[in-house]
Design a protein around this ligand. Sequence first.
Ligand SMILES: [Zn+2]
Length: 416
Amino acid sequence: MALTVINASLDGKRINLRAEGATIQALGPDVAAQPGDDVIDAAGRAIVPGLVNGHTHAAMTLFRSYASDLQLQEWLEHYIWPAEARLAAEDVYWGTRLAAIEMVRNGTTRFFDMYWHPEAVARAAADTGIRATVGAPLFDKGAVAGIAGLKEAALESLAALAGRGPLITASLTPHSIYMVSEPSLAWVAEQARAHDVPVHLHFCETIREVDEWMATHDERPTPYLDRLGLLGPTTLLAHGCVMEPDDYALVAERGATIVTNPVSNLKLASGRIFPYAEAARHGVHLGLGTDGPSSNNSLDLFADLKVFALIQKHAAYDPTVLPAAEALAIAQGRRSPLLGGTPIEVGQPADFLLIDTDLPNLTPGDLTSNLVYSSNGSVVDSTVVAGTPVMRHRHIEGAEEALAEVRARAERLWAR
Ligand SMILES: [Zn+2]
């Protein structure tokens, strides 16, 4: 079925939009609905591109508020990893379903995920109608199965994600350079090229992690990754906080993307605010992520966008650093070809939001400034992904069932 949106405001002008299949086919004041179209009246609504959550572990909604306020390693080793060992594929499905519903409610149209049971993540994303790039966390250090186990998990993940429909793409997701050996990382680079998939990993997140690395290596993490063939246009580096100016220059030269996760970094006090001004000076491709809902604890990228903009101004002691339009473009995935954010234009994917501009917190003034400094996800009235309204006037199919499932499953998983 085709979708026609009427009476929307785009850059201050009243327009109608018609999407056929997953693509915007027509845009303008005189575009009319055709017989049989699904029609949304968007009077009082502005149309803007959807947000792209560049790094998360969506199913960790199952652990939201579980063991808060601990040191990162204690939190992982004593709480999260033992609880994750009890996870079944259906837990991951429902955890991701709830996450996907929350993301759609808050204006996210695509997310990049790293989590167990990737086939369940993909199924939950597809059932919700949100785009997702998915992979299983890969590691061999401390793992009984070693390199052979990592290879098996990687190939299983790729196979499980094939043919999951147009919204789902596969990625290879080695956890980090400290959890994966050098031969395995070199193998991942080879496989990523052979299968033409992106590589998504945690990278230089904390001062402690980089200090420990440098105590046992004479090569910095960034040139190391480059030497292994893992730094290129299809590399997504989550965090990238603790890097030197030369490292950002190399990341920019290779065309890799850094996704910053300010709220997760602040909550875990992981050591350093992402040096946006330095990365931007070199022209690094950038994105914004929430990280998992167990370390954030929400999946509201509009809320995180405000934090991102504010801490960068604060850190630079300069309010002109990271203007609102630039911050919003980063959150929309439009400052990284890999994140794939798209504008609202004919021929582009029909991925967009309708924003309720009659809300008190969006009145009066400039929409971009209000979206960054005066919003959270509740300003989103409707979310359209690939031409399908997945949230219509704040209603999402299946939300009640997902809430009940996650409540029941969390109760079992949290029992120690
Ligand atoms: Zn993460």
